[in-house]
Design a protein around this ligand. Structure first.
Ligand code: FAS
Ligand code: PHB
Length: 389
C-alpha cells in the first residue's frame, strides 16, 4: 500500500491532521493501535481554545461543537474559603469552549468515515523505516499479517507511549521532564455541574477542580498522592473530600450521584526535541505532555497539527518547504509557553509534600495578588484562552 502521509495514531491529533490534509487534497492513512470504541472510551480533556475551534471549522467538523459546546467567559479560582472570578472575555475578548475531547474525537471519526478515508485499527508492532531517507515506510501487523505502507512523510501522532518519538536516534533526541509528586483522581457523574463555570480550588487539603461535559454530566478532580488508587475511593468518600476542598457555597450546592468513570492521571511536564527527524514529524502527546491544570494538552496538540497540516499542504500544493523546515522550531516555541503556564498554574494550585510554611504563604500571596490585580488576571487569561498560533 502507498499513501502521501502515513499518520500513526487515531487520537485527536492524528484524526484532525488527517481531516485537514484531506481538505487540501493530501492523501493519508491512519494507523491506530486500539479499536475506535476504546479510543472514544478514554475520558480526557474538556476545555477547547478558540484556536482548536477554528481548526475544527477548517476541518469541516465544528457543527456539533457549536451546537452543544458551552461558551465559558471565565473561571472561578478558590482559596482560603473564598472564590473569585477571572473574566477571560472582558480581559482578552476571547472565551473558551467546554466540549469533551471524546466528542471532538467522535466528530473527527465521523468525518473520516463519511469521507471514506482509510483507517486501520488494532495495528501491532508498528515500525517506522527510512524516516531519514526520501522513501520512508511504516510496517505493522494487523490480523496476523505483516503489512507495509510506503509514503512520502510520517506523522507521529501516537501519544506519549507511542513508537514515533522512540524512532528518533538517542544522540539526536533531547528530552526534558518534570514529574509532579501527586496525581488527579477524576470522576464522571451524571449530575448537573455545581456551577455554570469551572472552579479551580487550592485548599489546605489539596487541589480540586469542578468541571463538566454538559448540563447533566459533570467532571470532578481531587489531588491525590501518587501511591493512591481509584479502588481506595468510594463515591461517598470522593464527594465528602471534594466538599471539604470547596468554599461553602459550591460545597453546599454540589449535587452528587454514582460515578460512571473513576481514574487517576499522573502529572508530568515533558518536552522532546526536535519534533522532526528527516520525514518523520512528531505531533501532540508524542512530543510533549503538560499537567492538565491549564487545560493545555489537547490545545497544544492542536497548534502542532495546524503547523504540520499547513506545512505539508504548502509542500504538495505550492512546492514550498519553508513550513516543513521550520515546523519543529515553530511548534516548540508555542509548546514551551504552554509548559510554562501549566507549570505555573499547577505550582500555584496544589499542595506539595515538601512544601514549607513559607512556600504556603507565597502561594497565598500570589493567589491574593491574582485576586486583586487586573494585570495578573489578564496574564492568566491570555494563557488560558490560548496564546496566538
Ligand atoms: P493521544 O494519546 O490522545 O492519542 C494517541 C493515539 O495513538 C491513541 O489512540 C493510541 O491508541 C495510539 N497509539 C499509541 N501507540 C501507537 C502505535 N504504536 N501504533 C498506532 N497507534 C498508536 N488534556 C487537557 O487539555 N485537559 C485534560 O483534562 C486532560 N486530561 C488527560 C488525562 C489523561 C489520563 C491523559 C493521558 C491525558 C490528558 N490530557 C488532557 C491530555 C490529552 O487530552 C492529550 O493532550 C490528547 O489526548 C493529545 O492527543 P494526541 O496527541 O492525539 O494523543
Ligand atoms: C476537564 O474538564 O476534564 C478539565 C477541565 C480543565 C482542566 C483540566 C481538565 O484544566
Amino acid at each position: 500500500m502507498r499513501t502521501q502521509v502515513a499518520i500513526i495514531g487515531g487520537g485527536p491529533s492524528g484524526l484532525l491532521l488527517g481531516q485537514l490534509l484531506h481538505r487540501h487534497g493530501v492523501e493519508t492513512v491512519v494507523l491506530e493501535r486500539k479499536t475506535k470504541d476504546y479510543v472514544l472510551g478514554r475520558i480526557r480533556a474538556g476545555v477547547l481554545e478558540q484556536g482548536l475551534v477554528r481548526l475544527m471549522e477548517e476541518a469541516g467538523c465544528a457543527e456539533r461543537l457549536h451546537a452543544e459546546g458551552f461558551v465559558h467567559d471565565g473561571t472561578h479560582v478558590a482559596f482560603g474559603g473564598e472564590m473569585f472570578r477571572v473574566d477571560f472575555t472582558a480581559l482578552t475578548g476571547t472565551p473558551v469552549i467546554v466540549y469533551g475531547q471524546t466528542e471532538v474525537t467522535r466528530d473527527l471519526y465521523a468525518a473520516r468515515e463519511e469521507a471514506g478515508l482509510p483507517i486501520v485499527y488494532e495495528v501491532e508492532d508498528v515500525v517506522i523505516e527510512g524516516a531519514d531517507t526520501d522513501a520512508p515506510a511504516v510496517t505493522y501487523t494487523v490480523g496476523g499479517e505483516r503489512q507495509r505502507l510506503d509514503c512520502d512523510f510520517v506523522a507521529g501522532c501516537d501519544g506519549f507511549h507511542g513508537v514515533s518519538r522512540k524512532t528518533i536516534p538517542a544522540d539526536i533526541l533531547r528530552e526534558h521532564e518534570k514529574i509532579y509528586p501527586f496525581g488527579w483522581l477524576g470522576i464522571l457523574s451524571e449530575t448537573p455541574p455545581v456551577d455554570q463555570e469551572l472552579i479551580y480550588s487550592n485548599s489546605d487539603r489539596g487541589f480540586a477542580l469542578c468541571s463538566m461535559r454538559n448540563a447533566t454530566l459533570s467532571r470532578y478532580y481531587v489531588q491525590v498522592p501518587l501511591t493512591d488508587s481509584p479502588d481506595n475511593w468510594s463515591d461517598n468518600a470522593f464527594w465528602d473530600e471534594l466538599r471539604r476542598r470547596l468554599p461553602p457555597g459550591p460545597a453546599e450546592a454540589l449535587v452528587t450521584g454514582p460515578s460512571i468513570e473513576k481514574s487517576i492521571a499522573p502529572l508530568r511536564s515533558f518536552v522532546s526535541e526536535p519534533m522532526r527527524w528527516g520525514r518523520l514529524f512528531l505531533c501532540g502527546d508524542a512530543a510533549h505532555i503538560v499537567p492538565p491544570t491549564g487545560a493545555k494538552g489537547l490545545n497544544t496538540a492542536a497548534s502542532d497539527v495546524q503547523y504540520l497540516a499547513h506545512a505539508l499542504r504548502d509542500h504538495y500544493v505550492d512546492g514550498d518547504d519553508a513550513g516543513i523546515e521550520g515546523y519543529s522550531a515553530k511548534a516548540l516555541a508555542r509548546i514551551w509557553k504552554a509548559e510554562r503556564f501549566s507549570w505555573w498554574f499547577t505550582s500555584l494550585m496544589h499542595q506539595f509534600p515538601d512544601q514549607t510554611e513559607f512556600d504556603r504563604q507565597l502561594q497565598r500571596a500570589e493567589l491574593d495578588f491574582l485576586r486583586t490585580s487586573e494585570a495578573a488576571q489578564k496574564a492568566m487569561a491570555e494563557n488560558y484562552v490560548g496564546l496566538p498560533y
